[in-house]
Design a protein around this ligand. Structure first.
Ligand SMILES: CNC(=O)c1cc(Oc2ccc(NC(=O)Nc3ccc(SCC(=O)O)c(F)c3)c(F)c2)ccn1
Length: 317
């Protein structure tokens, strides 16, 4: 990565400006903190190389590559990078802080969020598709390859920001030279991984259709508020049954009748998670199918749904 080309257009933030660090999460070679920027007077998230382990040139380059990727992939529904901090003893990228956490939390913390209106759930699905469609429209296409509800972050108004914590040593950025995907048993979840990826050595050609499989599983999870393949006891069991054609249940127990446009949504889902990657729709086709559904909702409906989430969160703090 050419450091000067990157930092010529991306702010370089001195370490001293980052205060009130609070630990958020950690993985193989990265650690994420919440922090304040003392001049910008805003909360930021910083993703740093592990402070204790010797900062390897390879890890440093991965984080630089990530900064470059985020800088190029600026869009409404992609997490925004603010700058990098590149000092000998401290190296990190600085991004916006998403106050409403991950979609995973919104969907499954039912005591905190008892009600999630359909209109808001559809807006979330629509914005994820818009974000991934943007990545796939880049030249060359930027493939995410680790879409999951933990990587979908939500801002103050429950708008989607696609992220990639990618903190584990094995999972590195899908598009840069630190390529290679996470072997499923390495603590990563297999539920969003398409069957053709179970053995990475085999046909990698279907790459562009990887994200659509993950998205179809996320659709089911958003509409059902259930964990996909929840009854499986281990990842291998999920992989074997998926290879035999098992998919999440699209019956009324998981996907109730009152879902608006239920049939069309199930149609997108089942085409999205089909075994043959070529039969999966593009994100462009998916966005175009979702557009009329979003137009059918009053903006007020969605704003009331956002308020409902924020109020219930406040009451149960
Ligand atoms: C309660 N709030 C929080 O806890 C919180 C934590 C937080 O931490 C981070 C999370 C992720 C990243 N980094 C990141 O998302 N990078 C990235 C890289 C590539 C692609 S696209 C191609 C591909 O995936 O390879 C992409 F979409 C994204 C980061 F720097 C910080 C940020 C905001 N809020």
């Amino acid at each position: 990565v050419n450091l000067c080309s990157l930092t010529s257009t991306l702010p370089v933030i001195p370490y001293q400006k980052l205060t009130d660090l609070h630990y958020l999460s950690a993985g193989g070679f990265g650690t994420v903190f919440k922090a304040q920027h003392s001049d910008w007077r805003t909360t930021v998230a910083i993703k740093c190389l592990k402070l204790d382990s010797p900062v390897g040139e390879r890890e440093r380059n991965c984080l630089l590559k990530e900064a470059e990727v985020l800088h190029k992939a600026r869009f409404n529904y992609i997490i925004q990078i603010f700058g990098v901090c590149n000092e000998p003893e401290f190296f990190c990228i600085i991004t916006e802080y998403l106050s409403n956490g991950s979609l995973d939390q919104l969907l499954h913390e039912k005591s905190l969020y008892p009600v999630l209106a359909w209109s808001l759930r559809l807006r979330v699905l629509y914005e994820i598709a818009l974000g991934v469609n943007f990545l796939h429209n880049m030249t060359p296409p930027l493939l995410h390859h680790d879409l999951k509800t933990q990587n979908i972050l939500l801002d103050g108004e429950i708008h989607v920001k696609i992220a990639d914590f990618g903190l584990s040593k094995w999972r590195q950025l899908s598009i840069s030279k630190c390529s290679g995907s996470k072997p499923p048993e390495m603590g990563g979840t297999v539920i969003y991984m398409p069957p053709e990826e179970y053995e990475p050595s085999k046909s990698r050609r279907a790459d562009v259709k990887h994200d659509m499989y993950s998205y179809a599983i996320i659709m089911w999870e958003v509409l059902s508020r259930q964990i996909p393949f929840e009854d499986a006891t281990n990842p291998m069991q999920i992989m074997f049954s998926v290879l035999r054609g098992t998919r999440p249940d699209t019956g009324l127990d998981s996907l109730p009748m009152d879902i608006p446009n239920r049939e069309t949504l199930i149609n997108i889902m089942t085409h999205g998670w089909t075994a043959n990657p070529d039969e999966r729709p593009s994100f462009l086709k998916c966005v175009i199918e979702l557009e009329p559904m979003l137009r059918s909702f009053d903006e007020i409906d969605i704003l009331e749904a956002v308020l409902e989430v924020k109020k219930s969160k406040l009451m149960r703090r």
